[in-house]
Design a protein around this ligand. Structure first.
Ligand code: PHE
Length: 471
């Protein structure tokens, strides 16, 4: 594996710049689109609106944006930097850094935790993305015409109570991901995001325009931007941070793997800020679209929880003029967003198998997809046969979601912040980051103090709150 990594001595400053075996993005913009594609997904369209909705709207949004800016962006920059330095899968990029710095091998856990979290997320992500695929057809078929609360809930429950149906859609979704990742970095992932991301932005813009003219945008704006701090609990702050990590795709190898394919001359800071900006924009615009539709239909509540997208919205679509058509387009949008995210969950483990086991891309890809598929069956069953089996009060699906978003991602984020803040040699930072010292020292300060302390506090508060609630 190592033999296939070529080194060339870059420039006069003797920095070792590696070339990876997997190839590279065509340009900085392809990286931006790929990373935005990874970031913008179910987290923005499905999770953000319902989590914000159930945590009191505006106050949650502020905490969330603060987490993105103060913790998410610096950690994402650190993650991209480690990836670009290593030019391999997260595990092997960390392996090189660990041996170069002669430090304890437990630092490798950054790579491992990330790749494992990514695989676990992919397993349940594919199940939910499968629902979105199914809803394109449900809306297009006309079955939800004039849907009432009962009929829309019945459609959703009948979907959830049918494991075979869920597995069918999960399989189709994973298959779509495999096709893209099979093509490799340039002709698979790169090409896919160059097509999907512009489509995603045009569709979301059209939906926004439609909602401004046809639904209750004023109340939606009021809801997302009114501050009700009394609704915030320790748990909601943990959720805001977990959400910030999840939505930026950080702490799980995806962004590190993508960073490994980034052109050497692109500025990491500017690029990451652009990605975080697009990601937050899509989350807020999705929230505005969804709540404006919810508020324009009598009897629907913004606090509906996970069913917000799959029950409340279909009722609204079923009762709006041209609603079924708009609804089908909406679910196409959600599916595209999920697709461009899931491919980034597949890539780190695929890259690792290719390096470590000398597998070809096709074989590595299929192996990982099959593992994700099998792990995903547990999530499928937790909506029906295993509904009653609970661990610490969670179903299998809820447990994986909590474990990854609220524990593994912040933990890996913490390790990345400490690693780049305190351990990595300044020589590497010098060769990877541009030289604006003021920006760089603010970044390092955020990594050294703000991110770790915030992550630790939020962790403690959230866990005490969670288990306090249980007893
Ligand atoms: N960021 C994606 C979303 O918001 C989820 C994701 C997490 C994708 C991690 C890739 C890696 O839906």
């Amino acid at each position: 594996m190592k033999g296939s990594i070529m080194m060339d001595l870059g420039g006069n400053n003797m920095t070792l710049q590696k070339k990876g075996m997997h190839g590279a993005w065509a340009s900085r913009w392809t990286f931006i689109m790929a990373a935005t594609g990874s970031a913008v997904g179910l987290g923005n369209m499905w999770k953000f609106p319902y989590v914000a909705g159930s945590n009191g709207g505006g106050a949650f949004v502020i905490i969330y944006l603060l987490c993105i800016l103060m913790i998410g962006v610096p950690v994402m920059m650190a993650e991209v930097m480690i990836g670009r330095q290593g030019r391999q899968s997260p595990i092997n990029s960390m392996k090189d850094l660990v041996s170069e710095h002669h430090i304890n091998r437990s630092w490798l856990s950054i790579g491992w935790l990330g790749v494992v979290a990514g695989l676990l997320i992919l397993s349940f992500y594919a199940v939910i993305a499968g629902w979105a695929l199914k809803y394109i057809f449900l809306l297009a078929s006309g079955d939800l015409q004039s849907a009432s609360g009962e009929s829309a809930s019945a459609v959703f429950s009948s979907l959830l109570s049918d494991p075979q149906g869920l597995i069918f859609w999960q399989t189709i979704f994973l298959f779509l991901c495999v096709i893209v990742v099979m093509g490799g970095v340039k002709r698979g992932l790169g090409l896919a995001v160059e097509i999907l991301m512009p489509v995603l932005f045009v569709v979301i813009l059209l939906l926004l325009i439609f909602c401004i003219f046809n639904t209750n945008m004023a109340d939606s704006i009021k809801f997302l931007f009114s501050f009700n701090f009394s609704d915030l609990s320790g748990r909601s702050i943990l959720e805001a941070m977990g959400q910030a990590f999840f939505t930026l795709s950080i702490g799980m190898g995806a962004i590190m793997a993508y960073g490994a394919y980034m052109p050497q001359d692109a500025s990491i800071g500017k690029t990451v800020m652009t990605v975080a900006f697009f990601d937050s924009l899509v989350a807020i615009v999705s929230g505005l679209i969804i709540f404006s539709i919810v508020f324009s239909t009598a009897g629907l509540e913004p606090t509906a929880g996970p069913g917000l997208m799959f029950i409340s919205l279909p009722i609204a679509f079923g009762n709006m003029s041209a609603g079924l058509f708009v609804g089908a387009i909406f679910f196409i949008l959600v599916s595209i967003a999920a697709w461009s995210s899931a491919i980034s969950l597949l890539e780190p483990s695929v890259a690792w198998l290719m390096e470590e086991r000398n597998m070809g891309r096709v074989q590595a890809n299929i192996s990982i997809a099959v593992i994700a598929w099998i792990l995903g069956i547990g999530s499928v069953l937790s909506f029906n046969y295993w509904q009653e089996y609970k661990l610490l009060g969670f179903t299998y699906f809820d447990f994986l979601d909590f474990l990854t978003s609220n524990i593994m991602l912040p933990l890996t984020g913490l390790l990345i912040a400490v690693f780049v803040g305190y351990i990595i040699s300044p020589r590497i930072i010098d060769s990877q980051m541009n030289s604006n010292t003021r920006w760089r020292s603010s970044w390092i300060t955020l990594l050294k103090f703000v991110a770790p302390i915030a992550i630790l506090i939020v962790f403690a508060v959230g866990i005490i709150d969670k288990f306090g609630n249980l007893s």
